[in-house]
Ligand binder design. Sequence first.
Ligand code: GLV
Ligand code: MN
Ligand code: MN
Length: 412
Amino acid sequence: MESCIRRIENDIENITKITATPQMGCTRFSYSKEDKQVREYLLKELEGLRLKIKIDGVGNIRAKYVDGNEDKPSIMFGSHIDTVANGGKFDGLTGVISALEVMRVIKENNLSLKNPVELIIFAEEEGSNFGITMLGSKVLTGKYGLEDLKKIENDEGISSYEIMRNFGLDVENIGNDVLKKDEVKAMIELHVEQGGILDSEKIPIGIVKAIAGMKTYKVSLKGVSNHAGSTPMDLRNDPMVGASEIVTYLEKVAKEKGLPSTVATVGKIHCQPNMPNVISGEVDFYVDIRDVEADGVETVVKELEKKTEEIVLKRGLKAQIELVGESDSVRLSTKVIEAIEKSALEKGFEYKIMNSGAVHDSAMLTELTEVGMIFVPSINGRSHCPEELTDLQDIKLGCDLLLNTVIRLANE
Ligand code: GLV
Ligand code: MN
Ligand code: MN
């Protein structure tokens, strides 16, 4: 049984046309008007397949095919539809479209499966609105509740609760939407690699064995805002220079004190008043630290704290370090890895067992069920940018592998 490359291509084309930044990559934040349009497109497709559809309070879409087997747990598969700002066409969407195609093939062939199969589209994976990655799957797995959503705010100070409610979601009810252990037998997510290993080694399939953990901090440095011309260099308390010292140090520390797999990034920074002729009064920046080994993350965290303290003293600043989001690194299920491997061998697909440096919603489900992930190559290893690209033929291979693995797990 095979997926249909034309349908996959058509879906990707139709959906990626919907972006808030035409000609500048895909920008499709959860709860935006673009998100609404894409949801309408996908819901129409899912309704056409006559699936049992449920949209939970945070906006995750679940579409289940039950066929006399409703008392059994589901094989879940899917990914996310939101993007970063000016992101690519393939992050998240590849897994959603492949999942849709798998469901189409299963339905068209009237497959009778022992376990139900369920497609899942996660909301707010990227953290684009609130700086917290995987919010949809964190709520689905009970890691965040209603009170948390009332506190989590976007840059304009609007709560996630408010934004979800205004999007028409039944957010008050999220407690009832939490996924239970007995609802799900396995979860498989297909995703683009977002790094260059598969592309450079010319291997079409990655089977993920571990997903990196991450911690995201917001660092706020307060200094003294003043005139850029009349304030002598030795009479300044400039938080911008303090921030630049910390940012530079983080690169050094991740490289020299972290493990080979440790990475640290400052990708978002804001200063006030943000004028060329004014010494900043305040600088806020986000530090994203990741590793598949928890020790790597902790080393950088300690160094961040130590360095910030040192800079505060040296430059007469005030600092606040706030942990805004975190997820542990996880090992994926040997059982699902083996099922994917068996399917790949059966189909004659070359594959590589590898780690994921990016985080993924399925990592949130590892406490509940057996989780596996399939990677397809990212050309030149580019991701989270408009240049993100994956060959359609590779998506088809990944989709065929997903289909075969879902059927294998649903019938064992
Ligand atoms: C999500 O794509 C992440 O890894 O930040
Ligand atoms: Mn993703
Ligand atoms: Mn992403």
